[in-house]
Design a binder for this molecule. Structure first.
Ligand SMILES: Cc1ncc(COP(=O)(O)O)c(C=O)c1O
Length: 423
């Protein structure tokens, strides 16, 4: 990596923005309040400017005028076409990605399919850095199928050494499933190394890409990933509750069975045969009629990421998380903030977590009084999400300066006993 000469002046941030090759993409998002520092694109991405127009067209023309005819004029193929575009962001091939259902539902479908494809093996291996919904899915599946869930503990709550996983993966393991970038610390797994470990033991891998798609470069094909799921409302900017995607390596598609056999996964769907016969390709992992309003809303954000290019986005993201960590060290560490994210950018996604004993109070003070929007994850993580397609260096600088004020002026003390529903 190039030598980084950061400093703590505001001019430095302005200069970095002036030199930023991706700066022009910010104008392609709706920025309602220029003084708002948005650091939560890792939970809900911003609204692309193209999306309202696209949705208006969908409602007024596709639905309003074309009515049922539009299923043949675009909707029916849309889940696959959008999947093919997302494939370009994750290093998959055409026909290996499809958009449907939620991340949680897709995880269930693919984990159940993987267990069924490895008869005689009864273990799922995951870690305690994984998103709780993933663990709940595995717990439910294990209970249903009489399988065993092995949750490998992280030694520091931040990262996971490959050796610890290696100990847990054995000839009883059917599936290894992890978050590529973990939701609290932002730790980034070496996907190829884990796939290799799992394959040596004869197990399949299932990656949750929710916090990595659109934020880090990856090559599912080159890394020999078997299965993956991911979210579209974070770095893909698809909108609240937008449907998720799933990936199945092409040569596994004929072998794996979707446990939710629905008519959208049926070969010859409109023959209305009474016996389920799954489509031969990725369509067998579809279930029922897709929600076209939220499905179509995903496309503009994906187009923007493809146009910017994942290599350039990752370059900027690494530089920005490095800058954030530099400012933490200079400005925030003396005020009691700890770094809960790996130092090495090769092991880091695009959010930085800072620990503080008053983390939740600080988070609420930032949201309610300082026009800074991060989020908070128990026990002490203030998550600062950087979406390189629209986050500026000046946002990072200003966010850190406002965090300093929250401590220096003791603003957080007003919020110490407040417990919001959503953090
Ligand atoms: C890593 C990860 N996996 C799964 C989920 C669950 O996604 P959904 O609620 O869309 O099923 C989330 C939600 O934030 C997540 O961050």
């Amino acid at each position: 990596m190039e030598e980084l000469n950061f400093n703590t002046s505001p001019e430095f941030a302005w200069e970095m923005d002036a030199e930023d090759e991706l700066a022009r993409f910010r104008e392609r998002f709706v920025i309602d309040d220029p003084d708002l520092i948005y650091l939560d694109g890792n939970s809900l991405g911003r609204l692309p400017s193209g999306t309202p127009t696209r949705l208006r067209m969908l409602v007024e023309y596709d639905w309003g005028e074309r009515l049922i005819r539009f299923w043949n004029e675009g909707w029916f193929e849309f889940q696959q076409k959008l999947g093919d575009k997302i494939a370009g962001l994750v290093g998959a091939s055409v026909g290996e990605v499809v958009v449907s259902d939620s991340t949680t539902t897709n995880l269930f479908k693919l984990a159940a399919a993987a267990l069924r494809a490895r008869p005689g093996r009864n273990k799922i291996v995951t870690d305690d850095l994984n998103f709780p919904s993933d663990l709940y899915v595995f717990q439910g599946l294990c209970e249903m199928l009489g399988a065993e869930l092995v949750v490998v503990p992280s030694p520091d709550g931040i990262s996971m050494p490959l050796e610890s996983l290696a100990v847990a993966i054995d000839d009883q393991t059917a599936l290894v499933s992890l978050s590529h970038v973990v939701f609290k610390s932002g730790f980034l797994y070496d996907m190829a190394a884990v796939n290799d470990l799992a394959h040596q033991a004869g197990a399949l891998t299932l990656w949750d890409l929710s916090h990595s798609v659109g934020a880090v470069t990856m090559d599912l094909n080159a890394a020999q990933a078997d299965l993956a799921v991911g979210c579209t409302y974070k770095y893909l900017n698809g909108g609240p509750g937008a449907p998720a995607f799933l990936y199945v390596r092409r040569d596994l598609q004929g072998e794996l069975q979707n446990p939710i056999a629905g008519w959208f996964g049926q070969a010859g769907q409109f023959d209305f045969g009474l016996d389920y016969a799954p489509a031969p390709d990725i369509r067998r992992f579809l279930v029922g009629t897709p929600p076209m309003l939220s499905m179509v809303a995903i496309e503009s954000g994906v187009n923007l990421l493809l146009e910017a290019g994942m290599e350039a986005l990752r370059r900027k993201s690494v530089m920005q998380t490095e800058y954030m960590i530099y400012l933490w060290e200079q400005v925030l560490a003396p005020l009691g903030f700890r770094l809960n994210t790996p130092r090495d950018p090769r092991q880091r996604g695009s959010h930085v977590s800072l620990g503080h004993d008053q983390g939740l109070g600080i988070d609420l003070a930032l949201i309610k009084e300082m026009k800074v929007l991060p989020d908070f994850r128990q026990p002490d993580n203030l998550r600062l999400g950087i979406a390189p397609i629209y986050t500026r260096y000046t946002d990072i600088y200003e966010g850190v300066m406002r965090m300093r004020r929250v401590i220096k002026e003791e603003i957080y003390k007003k919020y110490i006993d407040v417990k919001p529903d959503v953090t």
